[in-house]
Design a protein around this ligand. Structure first.
Ligand code: PEP
Ligand code: MG
Length: 313
């Protein structure tokens, strides 16, 4: 038992029967590199780039961006960088929504903001391409808040034009999950943002404490959307990870793997716990837990049903 504990303290993620699930870190800047490496992150599954733009009224220079990106790209073999996700819960003085929006979460935010500011996206992509130049790193770039195939195509084209070969999208709007096959035809990979996906699925603002129960990622409706996205990705031969908070819950991580998710990205402290949970269960057990969770009619029931199929948790 002691050896097993040591093995799962770091090392690559896999189920007990050897089904590989890369375990990646969510980071908010170079300051988070050390904690991710210490917990054995195999790479970065979500590099939030908002920190570069905080508290400024003009965009950071491409040189400044390049230096920050390079620090992260030098530290890991695989990095997924998310382009700027401004607005709603991440307001930035530098890129406010045009006009007065009564519902900022439903407004011009994330990828949508670049419609009026294409130069900000292009600058970010150029800085990323330059940061990766000459490094032995697999750099992937993804867009937040993508709703449909047309937005996916536009983003992927912008990445290709900047010389970035791996371009994907976050699935965090229900429409994107429902029509995931259309989007998978355009994108190189998916990453499920379960935080926003829960917000939009339940029409419940993630910042309103009184509605916190709708943020629970065990809700069967959310699991159903995960199945749609992961299934469409698999049929298109594309990876589909999860980078929302759901990925850091050891039991839910097993369920997500059972639903067909191919990698998990989480805040670093969760990595050892998720690694141990996967190592203790076979892929078949994960699938049974996923099936059981989806038979439930609410989050509490889904959680209990999954735990009954995961004997080590
Ligand atoms: C998400 O929405 O699940 C996500 C990972 O992104 P963020 O929490 O930064 O919106
Ligand atoms: Mg999000």
């Amino acid at each position: 038992a002691r050896a097993a504990v040591l093995d799962t303290a770091t090392g690559p993620g896999a189920t007990a029967d050897g089904h590989r699930i890369p375990l990646l870190a969510n980071i908010g800047g170079p300051k988070d590199i050390e904690a991710a490496l210490a917990r054995g992150a195999e790479g970065v599954g979500l590099f939030r780039t908002e920190f570069l733009f905080l508290g400024r009224t003009t965009a950071p220079s491409e040189e400044e961006q390049e230096a920050a990106y390079r620090a992260v790209l030098e530290a890991f073999p695989h990095v997924v960088v998310r382009t700027l996700d401004a607005g709603a819960d991440k307001p930035l003085a530098f890129l406010p929504p045009p006009g007065d929006e009564p519902n900022p979460a439903l407004g011009e935010r994330g990828l949508r903001l670049f419609q009026n500011h294409p130069g900000v996206l292009e600058g970010q992509l150029r800085a990323l391409a330059r940061a990766a130049d000459g490094l032995d790193v697999e750099l992937s770039v993804m867009a937040p808040m993508v709703a449909d195939a047309a937005e996916t195509r536009t983003f992927v084209r912008a990445c290709r034009a900047a010389g970035l070969p791996r371009a994907g999208i976050m699935i965090e709007i229900p429409a994107a999950a429902l029509r995931a096959a259309d989007l998978a035809a355009e994108a190189d990979f998916f990453s499920l943002g379960t935080n926003d996906l829960a917000q939009y699925t339940f029409a419940a603002d993630r910042q309103i404490g009184a509605l916190a129960r709708f943020q629970d990622p065990w809700q069967p409706a959310l699991l159903d959307l995960v199945v749609l996205a992961a299934g469409a990705a698999e049929r298109a031969g594309r990876p589909c990870g999860v980078c929302g908070e759901a990925a850091g819950d050891p039991a839910l991580a097993c369920v997500l793997v059972g639903l067909g998710v191919t990698s998990l990205s989480m805040s670093s402290p969760s990595l050892p716990h998720v690694r141990a949970a996967l190592a203790a269960h076979t892929l078949d057990q994960c699938r049974r837990a996923a099936y059981a969770a989806r038979q439930a009619t609410d989050a509490t029931g889904a959680h209990a049903a999954a735990l009954a199929e995961l004997p080590s948790l």
